[in-house]
Design a protein around this ligand. Structure first.
Ligand SMILES: [Zn+2]
Length: 92
């Protein structure tokens, strides 16, 4: 398991770099959050690098970190896409 603490260059939040099982680095929020896996609105990275979708739940059956790009106020900087003025719809 590889973990690296850092700060977000966009918003200055304390974040954690986690290497996923796919070998990709993801910036995640601290601390660890309890959640219920099995589909949901949020993406969690578990400490072992597994990326799981789920929803936050106290005493859920799993724990993971929320991907920081999902909550970062500067997240627009994470995507280098052309932004169409006025269009904010996200296809998920
Ligand atoms: Zn940030």
């Amino acid at each position: 398991m590889t973990q690296n603490y850092s700060t977000c260059r966009g918003c200055g939040a304390n974040v954690l770099w986690l290497k996923t099982t796919a070998g990709k680095w993801m910036i995640c929020n601290r601390p660890l959050i309890s959640f219920e896996p099995g589909g949901g609105p949020e993406t969690f990275v578990q400490p072992d690098g597994k990326v799981v979708r789920g929803r936050r739940k106290e005493n859920g059956s799993a724990a993971g970190y929320i991907a920081h790009w999902a909550t970062c106020p500067q997240r627009k900087d994470f995507k280098k896409e052309k932004t169409d003025a006025g269009k904010t719809r996200n296809a998920v």
